[in-house]
Design a protein around this ligand. Structure first.
Ligand SMILES: Nc1ncnc2c1ncn2[C@@H]1O[C@H](COP(=O)(O)OP(=O)(O)OP(=O)(O)O)[C@@H](O)[C@H]1O
Length: 255
């Protein structure tokens, strides 16, 4: 479904993403992890069109989308959530989601946008009542709203920039289960960026690890969690023994 080849992003003399290649198959959940500043958001921004790659190719359903405008990319079927939800506070929950539905997939019919909003709100478990205000939503509710907005655009591929950091453990598990439900019930392929490795590793089919803009590991969660390069990045090189470090990484990864 998605084939990324030799993706590069430079900001002046600084290389934020360096020659990254990967594939995502239809129906898969790929986890994208890495320390702060490793290039995860920059990759998402290139996939969703807010940044133009310096070099490389992004093929989505066989068409080149690198450098295309964000609205074209959304219309082709790639939706995304943002780490920091910024809803329109003057609009209701329903209106926020319907607006996204109106924008996505080039829908220019209010009734279709409303239908998409209803479906998306039901899916994430937010009220479909047209008058419910955004202001009553806590951190978990705002994340659901973010997800509903992305779903209302009708994506085939969802880029989930989740950052579950502000949630308690139960809410984190619910958010992770929600992504799996979206894949299982709607057949939407997902790339999930998350800082908290354990919760991500429980849900994804495969994981890709970035460090300093380069891909350092990729594969099944259980294999990646024991990869010495990943352990070094997450735990440092001065861990007591590599075995203890591997056990700790597996514990964190929940595998
Ligand atoms: N517009 C920009 N101009 C200059 N440097 C940038 C720009 N955007 C990102 N960077 C740099 O590129 C590197 C990768 O940033 P990016 O935000 O992609 O990392 P990340 O893995 O998403 O980090 P985090 O986990 O903190 O969200 C960082 O060093 C960042 O400072």
């Amino acid at each position: 479904m998605l084939t990324v080849e030799g993706l590069v992003k430079r900001f002046g003399g600084f290389t934020a993403v360096n020659n990254v290649s990967f594939r995502v198959e239809q129906g898969e959940i790929l986890g994208l992890i890495g320390p702060n500043g490793s290039g995860k958001s920059t990759i998402f921004n290139m996939l969703s069109g807010t940044l133009t790659p310096t070099a490389g190719s992004i093929l989505f359903d066989g068409a080149e989308i690198a450098g295309k405008a964000p609205h074209r990319i959304i219309n082709s079927g790639i939706g995304r959530t943002f780490q920091i939800p910024r809803p329109f506070h003057r609009l209701t929950i329903f209106e926020n989601v319907a607006l996204a539905g109106y924008y996505g997939q080039g829908r220019h019919s209010r009734s279709k946008a409303d239908e998409a909003a209803e479906r998306a709100l039901r899916m994430v478990g937010l009220p479909t009542d047209r008058h419910a205000s955004v202001d009553g939503l806590g951190a978990a509710g705002l994340k659901k709203l973010e997800l509903a907005k992305a779903l209302a655009t009708g994506p085939k591929l969802l880029l989930a920039d989740e950052s579950l950091g502000g949630l308690d453990e139960h809410e984190m598990d619910q958010a992770a289960d929600m992504l799996r439900k979206i894949r299982d019930e709607l057949g939407i392929t997902i790339i999930w960026v998350e800082h908290i490795m354990g919760v991500l590793m429980r849900v994804v089919d495969r994981v890709m690890v970035l460090d300093h803009g380069e891909k350092i590991s990729e594969g099944l969660p259980s294999v990646v969690a024991s990869d010495p390069r990943v352990i070094e990045v997450y735990l440092g090189t001065d861990a007591d023994s590599s075995q203890a470090a591997a056990a700790e990484a597996r514990r964190r990864a929940g595998v």
